[in-house]
Design a protein around this ligand. Structure first.
Ligand SMILES: NC(=O)C1=CN([C@@H]2O[C@H](COP(=O)(O)OP(=O)(O)OC[C@H]3O[C@@H](n4cnc5c(N)ncnc54)[C@H](O)[C@@H]3O)[C@@H](O)[C@H]2O)C=CC1
Ligand SMILES: O=C([O-])CC(=O)C(=O)O
Length: 319
């Protein structure tokens, strides 16, 4: 038995994320949450989902709502609301506008569903995770963001394709910002259980090109088809399943770190974390020296943007 509320369920990502979550067998309740004015879209989406449940033989309690009362007793609340970027924009460009939206919803979740876990999707996701953490007042393990999980999946797919192996043979990880300053951890990449650096083919691997493809993947899709939808939605439902199934898998999410990566901390950023019913727990790690330098730079960037955004929120939305 588990209840998931999807805030921003009328958006492209929110809608398909809700649908992907509805396929998780132990999710029994879903609330499609939206803002006033979007009732028709919510009602239409609900009816469409129900048709699909009938076709699939799925039994699920599905509601839509614009009433915060309906958030109560959610196990996970996913925040998908906010403006997406367009051609030529960086995710960071969305920070000021989306921070107010995320802060408001974080306060609402704290008031109406105080024991839930918050999963933040809105961009720039690392900064928005920090905003949700502050404005919910929840402990850090109960607030985390999609972070670099999707980036890690993108890299996994490119590496698998290059080596012509099944994706499940590749384990890899990207840490840092879900954005320009992301850092691939080649030191934590294996193929068929073998350290990638120990494979002769590693020296000729077009690493920079691959990482560049990951860095620009979101914008490439946005430029071609308008939005990234299926990748994020599948990544979101993996995180939800991992938490609700108490799976203790280690996935790369945006989480508040104290000192887990080479004593670097006090920021929300993409790191490997153990996910279970209690939320996300960053795993203490040691990485290569060049990776530490990259991570440190990524942390500095996110820390600076986060404090700028917090200062702005302090003016407009004091706690
Ligand atoms: N972290 C990640 O990996 C990913 C993050 N995203 C982010 O998710 C967010 C949503 O993206 P899409 O679904 O493509 O956008 P969309 O435009 O299709 O949907 C936006 C949603 O936010 C809501 N919204 C917009 N302004 C609002 C406001 N002022 N107050 C309350 N709700 C508001 C809309 O009603 C709608 O539900 C964006 O910030 C996007 O950058 C998208 C893909 C992946
Ligand atoms: O690129 C974007 O703006 C959406 C996103 O975060 C992604 O798909 O990685």
């Amino acid at each position: 038995m588990a209840k998931v509320t999807v805030i921003g369920a009328t958006g492209k990502v929110g809608q398909f994320a809700a649908y992907s979550v509805s396929r998780i067998p132990f999710v029994t309740n879903i609330v499609l949450f939206g803002r006033e004015g979007n009732e028709d879209v919510l009602e239409g989406t609900k009816c469409d989902f129900i048709d699909s449940f009938a076709a699939l033989g799925r039994n699920l309690d599905l509601e839509w709502s614009i009433n915060p009362e309906d958030l109560r007793d959610s196990d996970i609340v996913i925040i998908n609301s906010g403006v997406p970027r367009h051609k030529g924009q960086d995710r960071i460009d969305l920070a000021k506008k989306n921070a107010k939206i995320v802060a408001n919803y974080a306060k609402m979740i704290a008031a109406y569903s105080p024991d839930s876990i918050i999963l933040v999707v809105s961009n720039p996701v690392d900064v928005m995770t920090a905003v949700a953490l502050k404005y919910s007042g929840f402990p850090p393990n109960r607030v985390f963001g999609l972070g670099t999980h999707l980036d890690s999946m993108r890299l996994k797919s490119f590496v698998a394709d290059h080596f012509n192996v099944h994706v499940s043979e590749v384990h890899t990880r990207i840490v840092g910002e879900h954005g320009e300053s992301m850092v691939p951890l080649w030191s934590a990449t294996t193929i068929g259980g073998i350290q990638i650096q120990n494979l002769p083919a590693f020296s000729s691997l077009p690493k920079d090109e691959m990482v560049d493809r990951v860095r620009t993947a979101g914008l490439h899709i946005i430029e071609k088809s308008g939005a990234t939808i299926y990748g994020p939605a599948a990544a979101i439902s993996t995180l939800v399943r991992t938490v609700l199934g108490n799976e203790n898998r280690i996935l790369s999410v945006s989480a508040y770190i104290k000192s887990e990566v080479h004593n670097i901390g006090d920021v929300c950023i993409g790191v490997p974390a153990r996910l279970n019913r209690e939320g996300a727990f960053p795993v203490p790690i040691r990485i290569d020296e060049s990776e530490v330098t990259g991570f440190q730079q990524s942390v500095e960037k996110i820390r600076n943007v986060t404090s700028e955004i917090m200062a702005d929120l302090d003016q407009s939305m004091p706690l």
